[in-house]
Structure formats: C-alpha cells, structure tokens
Ligand binder design. Structure first.
Ligand code: NAD
Length: 357
C-alpha cells in the first residue's frame, strides 16, 4: 500500500504527524512518502501543487492530506494561492465522490448547539457528488441584455452516468456500514418537484435501487432535508445528493457535532482511490503551538483503511481507540469540558496509540 502524505500548511504538519504515528502503530505493510502542497508547495517549487507532488499522488493508492492555506499567501496571484493546489489535485485525481460523516461521540454531546438528546449517538454519512451540477454546468456567466440590464446565468445539469456512479457509492457504503443486521438506508435528496435535472436524479436512483434489494431507498426534497437535519438528525443513515445541495447540507450536518476538530472526510475516484483529509482548514491562528485537535485527521486515516484498502478491522480499531481516548477523558482545547484532562496535539496522538491495544 502506497500513501502520499501531504501535510500542507499551518497545523497540517502537526496533525498529519499524529495520523502517521497511529498508522505506523498498526504495523501494516504501508509505504508513506511526504511531499509539499499548498503554501509549502509554493515555498518549495513556486507552485501550490508541484509536479513532483502530483506525480507522487497519482502513483499512490491513497493520499493523506493535512490542510492548506495561510493568510500570508492571500496577496499572491490567484493561481499561486495554496487553495488552488487543493482544487487542482481533486480535479487531477478525478475525485467525484465526497464522503463526510457526521458522527457525535456521546462524550462530546455537550459540544453541539442542539440538545444532547437530539444529537447524542448521531452517525450520518453524507455522500456528495463533487464534479458536476450547477458548479460546472454550461452555459454560465454574466452578460448584458439588449435592454442594458445585466443577467447572471448558471446551469444545473447531470447526466445519467454521473448520477448512477455517485448512487453506487452511496448504496455500497450503506451496505458496508450496516453489518449489525439492521436494514441499510439511503436517503436521496433532490428538488424533483421543481428541477428537471433532479427529477432525472430521482428516476436514476430508483432504477439503481433495484440492484440493491438489501438497501431501503427513500427520497426527500432538499428544503425538508435541511429542516429534518436539525429537527431529528438521527433518522438518517446515508444521505446522497448533488454538488450544490451536498455543499450546504454537509456543512449543516457537520455543525450538529459542534466540533470542527473531529470531522474527517474522504474524496474518492471510480476505483476507490481516495484523498483523505480533515474537514477543517489549516488554522494558522494556532499553528506550531501543539494545541490543535488531531482526531479528524486520525479518523480520516481510518476512512482510508476502510474505503481504499478495504480493511474494516483496522479502520474500526482506530475509531475504537479514538472513542477510548475520549472515554478516558483526554481532550484538546477545542473540545475541553469540565473534569476532563487537557492535552496537546502530540499527547492526543499518543493517547490514541496507547488505546489501540
Ligand atoms: P479553519 O478551519 O482553519 O479554522 C477555523 C477555526 O477553527 C479557527 O479558530 C481554528 O483555530 C479552529 N480549528 C480548525 N481546525 C482545528 C483543529 N484541528 N483543532 C482545533 N481548532 C481548530 O478555517 P479558517 O480560519 O477560515 O481558514 C484558515 C486557512 O485555512 C485559510 O487559509 C483557508 O483558506 C484554509 N482552509 C483550508 C481548507 C483545506 O485545506 N481543506 C479548508 C478550509 C480552509
């Protein structure tokens, strides 16, 4: 197994080091090679995605990424900015499926802005299509009408094959998640009552579901889904949706858990090659202070074992070790509550490694 390790900027190197430590502690047959991206790529090669980094990522089975960005690069020309490196690597690797779990450990229920009984034990997976929809559809642009008024246009479009491939990801994940005898559930989110592109989305999901009799498919309009996520989020298991709806709903769902330092993510291509990264940014305000929460990155490494390497046992081992470290009371500053033991980034990594056994 070859992993390209791209720590990036800000807290990236600190949090990635903890995930690497946890992976090493599992004694797996993996080869990890580091390369710069983002601001670090710009410093090393005047390019936020240096050619050598892209080649390494292409040759690897999976990519583990920290985060990119720092305010000191905000004045650079747009194509040299750290975030460009991230967008380019996603496109180059054709990562069309974005997986964002929103999982709330009971120990952290107090961190959410919602009532503990509404969110405690929450475990949702949002599957968002990442390379199509209104963000990429043509025609687009701002033009001037004959009467002199300006008009802005974007086009929502999806073709069948794009819908089918993201649907497949969602159904497969639903089956992987439910190995406890419970029925796997997929909720497909659309606006089929108003938008033809999503009317097709719904039709294709229904056709596809015939291949997955073990999975219960339901449909929900996006406005209702936004409301239900706040009202009764535990009704959802896997949610699958297009690019723009997924953009909004996944951010909403992440806030149910209240703690940005806990949320991993995966972006997959057609062969389950993936890039794994925390959902948060590079947090330059706390970089180099050994106070960042490394758990989102460690949990991203668990997702890598599950989705790219098909190693459910070791993925669970990491997730259980994180749970154990939390149950033992270890907390970084961002999730600290009274009576718990405050630790730094490195010590939290050590606590997870110790809890592996
Ligand atoms: P951010 O996510 O970096 O930080 C937001 C707040 O959350 C900050 O107060 C930060 O200290 C805190 N925080 C974030 N991660 C944390 C962690 N693991 N532990 C403890 N606290 C944590 O977002 P921002 O401040 O808006 O952006 C900072 C930089 O990150 C910008 O340059 C932005 O472009 C970049 N960014 C990168 C990514 C990415 O690499 N995927 C995503 C978002 C933002």
């Amino acid at each position: 197994m070859k992993i390209a390790v791209l720590p990036g900027d800000g807290i990236g190197p600190e949090i990635v080091a903890q995930a690497v430590k946890v992976l090493n502690a599992l004694n797996l047959d993996i080869e990890m090679t580091e390369a710069p991206i983002g601001g670090a790529g710009y410093e090393a090669a005047c390019d936020p995605l240096p050619a050598a980094t892209l080649q390494l990522a292409k040759d690897a089975d999976a990519v583990l990424l920290g985060a990119v960005g720092d305010w000191k690069y905000d004045q650079l020309e747009r194509h040299l900015r750290p975030e460009r490196g991230l967008l380019r690597i996603r496109k180059e690797l054709n990562l069309f499926a974005n997986l964002r779990p929103a999982l709330l450990y009971p120990e952290l229920a107090g961190a959410s802005t919602l009532k503990p009984e509404v969110v405690s034990g929450l475990d949702i997976m949002i599957v968002r299509e990442l390379t199509g929809d209104i963000y990429f559809g043509q025609p687009r642009g701002i033009s001037t009408l004959p009467n002199g008024e300006r008009e802005g246009v974007n086009t929502m479009r999806y073709c069948e094959s794009e819908i089918r491939r993201i649907g497949r990801v969602a159904f497969d994940i639903a089956m992987k998640r439910r190995q406890d005898g419970q029925k796997a559930k997929v909720c497909s989110v659309d606006k089929a009552n108003v938008l033809e592109a999503t009317e097709l989305w719904r039709q294709v999901m229904i056709e596809l579901s015939a291949e997955y009799p073990e999975v219960e498919l339901s449909h929900m309009y996006v406005d209702n889904a936004a409301m239900q996520l706040i009202r009764a989020p535990k009704q959802f298991d896997v949610m699958v949706t297009g690019n723009i709806f997924g953009d909004i709903l996944s951010d909403e769902a992440s806030m149910l858990t209240g703690s940005i330092g806990m949320l991993p993510s995966a972006s997959l291509d057609e062969n389950n090659k993936g890039m794994y990264e925390p959902s948060h940014g590079s947090a330059p305000d706390i970089a180099g202070k050994d106070i960042a929460n490394p758990l989102a990155t460690i949990l991203s490494a668990a997702m890598m074992l599950r989705y790219t390497f098909n190693d459910e046992a070791n993925a669970l081992k990491i997730e259980n070790a994180v749970k154990k470290a939390l149950a033992q009371g270890y907390r970084t500053a961002d999730i600290l509550t009274e009576g718990c033991k405050q630790v730094g980034c490195n010590a939290m990594g050590d606590a997870v490694v110790a809890a592996l056994n």
